[in-house]
Write a protein that binds this ligand. Structure first.
Ligand code: C2E
Ligand code: CA
Ligand code: CA
Ligand code: CA
Length: 277
């Protein structure tokens, strides 16, 4: 029936086709989701490994579809990236996250930083750095409380101009963090050339590091590299006390994972911050 529909394309009026397409495609639904305010951010705490104190929050995008309910980013980020919709969606995320953190700071909640995931498509746009500046000005957030999480694969793809812009942001205090570190193909020399302040160890290594000596070796090596290059380190996907202890002993600066907390809606995160953990 789908094939037939495609062949019969020219028989329908243009507006009918557009409506049908929009109704069926995920891209159309994403476009509508942005217009209808169906996105929300959940926040997951990052704690200092030594003390357990919350020092940062990662903003994680959720789509609250009126029909299907909460949809996870893995299901729609790739479509948003392919369609270019990640640019306005990413801008929404950045603004919402900065606005929220700024509001919490103004309300006297503990001062935490916010980490925002930035996709390669967003970075490739010339205006990316300008957008970040604009949002920081608009929300009054001190740049030192903003962290941009960029995957190593994304960072390898960007133009030299963008690298310069990232450098400029870093000089203002924004922290550039290499996300999913160890899963991509970056060469170690890249770490030295690119403006990076932090390595974030991917959860796939953390998951198996206490049972698989190879994963343990990779995690130890990443932490050593971070230390030798003067970079901060964080581990995601920390689910057990054993993992947390091991990572803290190896000198990992920050920990994030279900052991500490799942990502929470803003209202619940505010309560957690108020309780002063
Ligand atoms: P990520 O940046 O690597 O984020 C970490 C993911 O691990 C999150 O999944 C988080 O909920 C999950 N996680 C946290 N703690 C644990 C744990 O202890 N165990 C396990 N198994 N998982 C844990 P989530 O929220 O489903 O996000 C998936 C991915 O979607 C993110 O991976 C990120 O790449 C992407 N994403 C999320 N929000 C955004 C966004 O605003 N913009 C862009 N471009 N990508 C986003
Ligand atoms: Ca991330
Ligand atoms: Ca990851
Ligand atoms: Ca393994």
């Amino acid at each position: 029936a789908k094939e037939q529909g495609r062949n019969n394309f020219q028989f329908y009026s243009a507006s009918y086709n557009l409506a049908t397409f929009e109704h069926l495609s995920l891209e159309g639904r994403l476009r509508r989701a942005l217009a209808n305010d169906e996105f929300e951010l959940h926040y997951q705490p990052q704690v200092r490994a030594e003390t357990g104190e919350i020092v940062g929050l990662e903003a994680l995008l959720r789509w609250n579809d009126p029909v299907e309910g909460l949809i996870s980013p893995d299901q729609f980020i790739p479509i948003a990236e392919n369609s270019g919709l990640i640019v306005p969606i990413g801008e929404w995320v950045l603004r919402q996250a900065c606005r929220q953190i700024s509001a919490w700071q103004a309300a006297g909640l503990s001062r935490v930083s916010v980490s925002v995931n930035v996709s390669a498509i967003q970075l490739q746009r010339q205006e990316c750095a300008t957008k970040v500046d604009q949002v920081l000005n608009e929300t009054g957030l001190d740049p030192r409380y903003l962290e941009l999480e960029i995957t190593e694969t994304a960072l390898m793809k960007v133009k030299p101009e963008v690298i310069d812009q990232l450098g400029a942001m870093q000089r203002k205090g924004v922290i550039i963090s290499l996300d999913d570190f160890g899963t991509g193909y970056s060469s170690l020399s890249l770490l030295q050339e690119l403006p990076i302040g932090k390595l974030k160890i991917d959860k796939s290594f953390v998951r198996d590091m206490l049972t698989d000596p190879k994963d343990a070796a990779i995690v130890s090596a990443i932490l050593l590299i971070a230390k030798s290059l003067g970079l901060k380190s964080a581990a995601e996907g920390v689910e057990t006390l054993e993992q947390a202890t091991w990572l803290a002993e190896k000198g990992c600066d920050k920990l994030q994972g279900y052991l500490i907390s799942r990502p929470l809606p803003a209202a619940e995160m505010a309560k957690l911050l108020k309780s002063g953990v």
